[in-house]
Write a protein that binds this ligand. Structure first.
Ligand code: TXA
Ligand code: MG
Length: 325
């Protein structure tokens, strides 16, 4: 049962409570309805990917009540500060370097060292981020590959029964997603055109790189996103997939009932894919750090079923195991 909440005091309080409890709550922003979850909880992040049926762990945008809250988690450049002063709250997402103290779960940021942050302009969305007191990760609240929702009814049609609640904030004023601008590198880079026109951004920070044709822009954006890099999410130790048991020199990343070994981290003893997804990056990092201390020099990974979230897990594991150049 998905609750439909009104954006009044009681509805907002309940939405904030559900989010803090790790539940998913869709809410309207000025752009599109977002599928919100507590960005510091790995399980909530895995649940977002599962609810959307999203086949890959695309990085998610984190929503904050104000720029200073956002800049507690990422390092603002001078250009970011200038744009934030002008366009926040509003449909502009900035990709910036994470601070080492950033509590956002690695799954929300797809394991990248950058994080996309934005301050939504819709008063109810702002009130929700303030009340919840957590960074709210939110992709558009639709099934993967579908059309973005701009009404609560669209969200219900797509996700009813898959999420805890929808905060009905009415029709979205902008109706298309935020502009995504990458300021983490030496040059500003447009990753997605959106609610703030590029001319307005160019007037503040000057030229912004993007491909000259949509296809070119798509390719360049692809190369910047983790999805197209063959070797990625790779720990420093070599990774062997489809292992039934660890060899003497290997640590084991297990799934379901596991054989004994010198060092074993089980992604989900009950073989739950959402739990495994939530623990994947953490498990790889843990084994990569601990194995050498125990004289182990490789990571073996047990088979993960290739359906649902398993496809995303296997995609990351294949990149982790791919030949390094
Ligand atoms: O208007 C919006 O931005 C809506 C509302 C709910 O805020 N959200 C939204 O999220 O459109 P989503 O997940 O559908 O799109 C996020 C986009 C994706 O293209 C993703 O690749 C990019 O932002 N992105 C997020 N974090 C990134 C990062 N660290 N580096 C590069 N791209 C990133
Ligand atoms: Mg989307």
């Amino acid at each position: 049962m998905t609750l439909l909440l009104a954006p009044d005091e009681a509805g907002l309080a309940q939405a904030a409570r559900l989010l803090r409890a790790g539940e998913l709550v869709a809410f309207g922003t000025e752009t599109v309805y977002g599928l919100g979850g507590d960005a510091t909880q790995g399980r909530a992040m895995a649940a977002i990917f599962a609810a959307k049926g999203r086949p890959h762990f695309n990085p998610l945008i984190c929503h904050y009540p104000d720029a200073s809250a956002a800049f507690d988690h990422v390092v603002p450049t001078a250009q970011a500060a200038a744009l934030a002063a002008l366009f926040w709250p509003g449909p502009l997402t900035l990709v910036l370097r994470r601070r080492v103290t950033c509590p956002v779960d690695l799954l929300a940021g797809a394991g990248l060292d950058t994080l996309a942050v934005r301050i939504p302009a819709h008063p109810a969305a702002l009130a929700l981020t303030r009340l919840a007191g957590i960074p709210i990760a939110a992709p558009s609240a639709n099934r993967s590959g579908g059309v973005s929702p701009t009404l609560a009814a669209h969200v219900i049609a797509d996700l009813s029964g898959r999420i805890a609640a929808v905060l009905d904030t009415g029709a979205c004023a902008v109706g298309l997603e935020s502009t995504v601008l990458d300021l983490s590198g030496p040059q500003p880079f447009l990753l997605r055109p959106g609610g703030i026109p590029m001319s307005a951004i160019g007037a503040v920070i000057g030229a912004v790189a993007r491909g000259s044709t949509p296809a070119q822009a798509e390719t360049t954006r692809g190369l910047r996103s983790p999805g197209l890099l063959v070797s990625h999410y790779a720990p420093s130790l070599p990774v062997r997939l489809q292992a039934t048991a660890p060899l003497p020199h290997e640590a084991l990343l297990a799934f379901g009932p596991a054989p004994a070994g010198t060092l074993v981290d089980n992604l989900s003893p009950q073989a739950d894919l959402a739990e495994a997804a939530a623990r994947l990056f953490r498990g790889l990092r843990f084994l990569d750090g601990e194995a050498p201390r125990l004289g182990l020099s490789a990571i073996a990974v047990m088979p993960i079923p290739d359906h649902g979230l398993g496809q995303a897990i296997n995609d990351r594991l294949q990149r982790a195991a791919a030949p390094r150049s």
